[in-house]
Design a protein around this ligand. Structure first.
Ligand code: ATP
Ligand code: MG
Ligand code: MG
Ligand code: MG
Length: 477
């Protein structure tokens, strides 16, 4: 089943059950607390909060999403993309758990000839929030899932919120068992690679105040109504339905991956590191294409920086595979546009614009790499001959300040050489520079503070290992 058909089936199923089909919103979040849309519910947030009246109490959508915090997982797990599409059904004060659960079950298990996805019941596992007996009952007594395939999980997995103040609630997730060749027995609690999370049903009912982390937040009250917000990963469904190992091998992403292999001469499946690079390229080129199409431009802060990082990581991974030439990004963007064009016809119409932006970013980054790589190599050689395990902060700072090497790039390139980077030292120098810039700005009264530096500093000190929200403005970039 093609990816586009997965979306069609989902939307049809819910349209037939009284849901209004709402087109995907832009990746640029209207919500000021977010840089990019990380989930299907974002455009519906004002409805959950009771700030706006929905066009209909039942809605369904296929929403374009970008999740920057997942960037390090891309290509390494079987299931994380930076750009993906989330299929969802939404109820604003209409039905609640008692209807959302049977809807989900019916769509997943109904035969393919009859508009469903035709999953065998025994392959499906579900999780419910620790104390959600009601949801467990609906799964067990209501639709007949045996208790052995229902697991309970805590806040980290089964309570959904946006990482910022807003709506939230306990959730129930559905997993597909890909079989013993994909990992250990024991359900999603034991192995999330074998048991692939495909769908999250969120019982949106609480208003959250301060959110300190994924598991540490204040609930300040109830939402005006009890709502349903669900998110199904289109790419993950496609991977299962197309019988491939991971999302990067599904129809649309595969076309980009295959072309990247052709252009660089890499053989997919021959070497783990090269495979990761090919998967990163496939994801990032598509992601970059979709972001540019929505009007985002590479820059040094905010979503512009997210895009820049994604495009530059594509170029870097092409180089790791031996692809040095300008123009590779153009060829790959062409494939991404063609692959996604069926679902997003605007891509084809605006192809020339998309190319202009991506080609220019490739060119400027290749220039940066040409000058910076020699400096980087010297720094590595010096670090090695000094017998140190970490590149000095001063070198990372010089690479950043003089040669435009973002710290992520220095970190990645150092890691490839088996070296760490003295990040504390780097941050100290960045802070000093920021203070100097502030002082200069005060003295000149121009207020011309270089926010890009500040932004990058925030990024690094935001603690990437901690949950910082799905691309919330603070921390993640
Ligand atoms: P995971 O635990 O696998 O990281 P999640 O619990 O973070 O997923 P949710 O926030 O529940 O994901 O999002 C709803 C659905 O969107 C998931 O069930 C999954 O199918 C899909 N999804 C989430 N993140 C990604 C991603 N990075 N790439 C592709 N699909 C995703
Ligand atoms: Mg996740
Ligand atoms: Mg999860
Ligand atoms: Mg989930």
């Amino acid at each position: 089943m093609e990816s586009a058909e997965v979306a069609r089936r989902f939307l049809n199923f819910f349209a037939e059950r009284g849901h209004t089909v709402v087109p995907s919103a832009s990746l640029i979040a209207e919500d000021p607390t977010l840089l990019l849309v990380p989930a299907g519910m974002v455009p519906f947030k004002p409805y959950f909060l009771g700030q706006r009246t929905p066009p209909s109490p039942r809605m369904t959508s296929a929403q374009k999403c970008v999740r920057t915090p997942d960037i390090e997982e891309v290509g390494k797990t079987t299931r994380h993309a930076t750009f993906f599409q989330m299929l969802g059904n939404f109820s604003i004060g209409d039905y609640f758990k008692e209807q959302a659960i049977p809807f989900a079950w019916e769509l997943l298990t109904r035969s393919r000839d009859d508009g469903g996805f035709g999953f065998p019941e025994e392959k499906l596992w579900v999780t419910v929030y620790t104390d959600d007996d009601e949801a467990q009952d609906l799964w067990h007594r209501g639709v007949g899932v045996p208790l052995e395939r229902i697991q309970r999980r805590g806040l980290a997995d089964n309570y959904w919120h946006m990482g910022v103040p807003g709506p939230g609630g306990p959730c129930s997730e559905i997993y597909y068992d890909r079989g013993p060749e994909h990992g250990r027995e024991g359900g999603p609690v034991a192995d999330e690679d074998r048991y692939l999370e495909v769908w999250n049903l969120v019982f949106m009912q609480k208003q959250l105040g301060t959110v300190r982390s994924k598991v540490d937040f204040d609930v300040v009250g109830d939402l005006p109504s009890r709502n349903i917000d669900t998110g199904m990963g289109l790419e993950r469904m496609a991977a299962i339905l197309q019988g491939v190992d991971n999302i990067y091998e599904t129809d649309t992403l595969w076309r980009v991956l295959e072309r990247a292999a052709e252009l660089t001469g890499a053989k997919y499946g021959a070497d783990h590191r090269a495979d990761v690079s090919l998967r990163v390229i496939a994801d990032h080129v598509r992601s970059g294409t979709m972001m540019v199409a929505d009007g985002i431009r590479p820059g040094n802060e905010g979503r512009g920086y997210v895009l820049r990082r994604i495009l530059r990581r594509s170029v870097r991974n092409l180089r790791l595979l031996g692809g040095q030439d300008a123009g590779l990004m153009h060829a790959l963007t062409d494939v991404a546009i063609a692959a996604m064009g069926e679902q997003y016809p605007d891509l084809v119409r605006t192809a020339a614009n998309i190319h202009t932006v991506i080609d220019a970013e490739e060119e400027s980054f290749l220039q940066t790499l040409r000058t910076g790589t020699a400096i980087f190599d010297t720094a590595v050689a010096e670090t090695r001959s000094a017998g140190a395990g970490a590149l000095p902060g001063a070198q990372a700072f010089k690479l950043h300040d003089t040669y435009g090497f973002p710290i992520d790039l220095t970190l990645e390139m150092a890691a490839e050489q088996g070296l760490r980077v003295d990040e504390d030292g780097f941050r100290r120098l960045m802070a000093e520079q920021r203070d100097r810039a502030k002082k200069d700005a005060r003295e000149k009264k121009t207020g011309n503070l270089d926010v890009s530096v500040l932004d990058e500093l925030l990024t690094r000190s935001g603690g990437r290992v901690d949950f910082t929200g799905y691309g919330a403005v603070t921390g993640d970039a």
